[in-house]
Design a protein around this ligand. Structure first.
Ligand code: ZN
Length: 117
């Protein structure tokens, strides 16, 4: 899937209720050096001057980035082959990571603004 950012976060499994850690790959901010974040980190835009090394814009006040599971299994008890999360980024900071669906893939990469409310 090309260049991406990664956030490591525990996400609650809706099927069994377990909080399972994961590495979630998403497309927002500078991605040229494959940054790795935790919840609470500020998105980096170091590469803003380089073409094709950024997704979105620092002007986006509130964004949900779709996060893809980096591993081939998620949830220690259910062992799903894939899962998607919502990476909520508000004012440039990763605010939370929540379960989205068990779909393998969705066409969207970012959901911006009014869709959040
Ligand atoms: Zn589970």
């Amino acid at each position: 899937m090309g260049l991406y950012a990664t956030v490591t976060a525990e996400v609650t499994c809706p099927r069994c209720g377990a909080a399972s850690p994961g590495e979630w790959q998403f497309h927002f901010g500078g991605v040229g050096d494959l940054p790795i974040y935790r919840v609470g980190d500020l998105i980096r835009w170091d590469e803003i001057q380089r073409s094709n090394q950024c997704f979105g814009s620092p002007d986006m006040a509130a964004v949900v980035a779709i996060g893809y599971l980096a591993d081939d299994m998620w949830c220690a008890s259910c062992k799903h082959p894939h899962a998607l999360v919502n990476v909520l980024i508000r004012a440039g900071r990763i605010e939370q990571v929540t379960f989205r669906s068990f779909e393998p893939w969705v066409p969207e990469t970012l959901i911006v603004g009014p869709a959040l409310s």
